[in-house]
Design a protein around this ligand. Sequence first.
Ligand SMILES: Cc1cc2nc3c(=O)[nH]c(=O)nc-3n(C[C@H](O)[C@H](O)[C@H](O)COP(=O)(O)OP(=O)(O)OC[C@H]3O[C@@H](n4cnc5c(N)ncnc54)[C@H](O)[C@@H]3O)c2cc1C
Length: 297
Amino acid sequence: MASSTDVPGRRGRAVVIGASIAGLLAARALSETYAGVTVIDRDTLPDHPAVRKGVPQGRFAHALLAAGADVLEELFPGLRAEMIASGAFTCDIQGDYRWYLDGYPLRQAHAGLAVIGLTRPLLEHLIRARVAGLPDVTIVSPAEVTSLETAAGRVTGVRVRAGQAEEPLPADLVVDAAGRDSRALVWRRELGYPAIPAAEIRANAVYLTRHYRREPHFLDGTEGATFVPFPAQPRGALVLPQENDRFARRPTASGPPSCWCAASSSRAVSRRARSAAVSPPPAAPAARALRKLTSRG
Ligand SMILES: Cc1cc2nc3c(=O)[nH]c(=O)nc-3n(C[C@H](O)[C@H](O)[C@H](O)COP(=O)(O)OP(=O)(O)OC[C@H]3O[C@@H](n4cnc5c(N)ncnc54)[C@H](O)[C@@H]3O)c2cc1C
């Protein structure tokens, strides 16, 4: 029987650290050139769409822009239809969706670019199911990559801790897709490489997200809206359609911490988020439109 290792040009093993979006897509790409791909994640990966510890941003409003959806469709034919079948929402980014720039509405016109509104956990769940179904790709969880294995100045694999056991896993290629928890810079230093010069710029931005049941009259029946912050109004908001007739509303604030909403109770967060998003109203059209939604929140 022919095995995948017989496919011309495919040989060796690749290990991917992290089974989130980047890790799963890396595994899909590597499956074309490596005979075996192992993806390792330290979380217990759920078998349904769910927020998990390693991806805390999963609770926040997410949308997939047209170019990202095209790339995913190329890698996983039929994925767009699967997203829609799972309840994701799609609409034209400028024809059906509203944009407020500098507080004023952008003229609505068909752009031919379809945005897909769905939660981050649903997107990851659908991609993970596709990757798990690839021959010669194995997803291992919960297991943590604790360090790189090296010999003669080359990376030869990783060390993996699962439960009490820690073992080396040899690899011809290691891809670090561990997101902001990546230890790549520390591991590099431990291998004797000089530190990479880094510049840090504080974005001074804060997000909150609250989920609503979507009712047809919200936003005058349009599908969603973005209120882009600008110097006179550093507080903006997104109202994104998500699967199962939900809206995710994400007020954002940028600038000094005095602009941020620092409350912790959900009621207070909601109240402050609402006021962050609508006051002071610098430009009536945007504030009016957002108030239409938030007054029902
Ligand atoms: C508030 C907010 C809103 C956003 N909105 C959007 C949006 O609307 N649209 C959009 O496209 N993007 C959006 N993003 C960005 C998007 O969420 C991230 O770019 C994306 O999740 C990054 O994926 P990743 O795979 O690189 O890393 P992550 O999602 O951070 O995943 C890293 C993975 O590595 C695992 N891991 C870490 N260390 C180890 C280890 N040592 N061993 C094993 N596993 C390990 C973790 O468990 C995790 O699964 C948003 C981000 C934020 C914060």
